[in-house]
Design a binder for this molecule. Sequence first.
Ligand code: SAH
Length: 217
Amino acid sequence: MSYGVGMRSRRVRERLITRLEEQGITNLEVLDAIRTVPRHQFVDEALAHRAYDDVVLPIGHEQTISQPYIVALMTEALMRYGRPKRVLEIGTGSGYQTAILAKMVPQVYTVERIGALIRRAQERFSEMGILNVEMKLDDGHVGWEEKAPFDAILVTAAPSGIPVRLFNQLEIGGKMVVPVGPEKKEQQLIELTRTSEGYEQENLGSVLFVPMRAGAG
Ligand code: SAH
């Protein structure tokens, strides 16, 4: 292993956990998942020394690995009323958020439109022995009809409006967390709960995600 010891050390990871707690993350299972999933293995070796800073980092193809605080916030929102069993993620990217989910729920489905990213994420899951993730190369706007319904959907790229086709793949009582808004401007992180009549909506604050693009590849 050529990684420096520093970035993997317990102290460096604990510092990140403390920072997340200070920012208001309270779910101990979420904090524990972030403590144990090795974020440095989801970025290039050249950036690994920054993996436990609470920052966005580039992963190539003009995409980024989300900031740990945002990963924590979204995961916490998704788990607020208990743990979902089948979760769909849109925007696999590095696979880091996927791995956090895979640690917490029985089955994760993830959709990514860039083939090189999905292949690299798949390698990481194999190396780490993560077996409860199924992946698909596709435009996330279509979701994954064959595997629906899901009891939670997490979207990690920003569509310009609520993605209806995806929302319809939620179970009644299921939850979707999605950053909605224009490209390169602040988006609103929205938590939607599907009800028998429609949905309830809560706003979790402003965020900045890469856009959810149309089409695969
Ligand atoms: N969850 C990721 C964040 C990746 S950034 C992580 O933890 O690393 C968002 C990802 O969404 C990018 O990889 C991008 O290619 C992908 N994406 C953008 N539009 C998409 C779409 N329509 N369908 C599927 N994935 C999409």
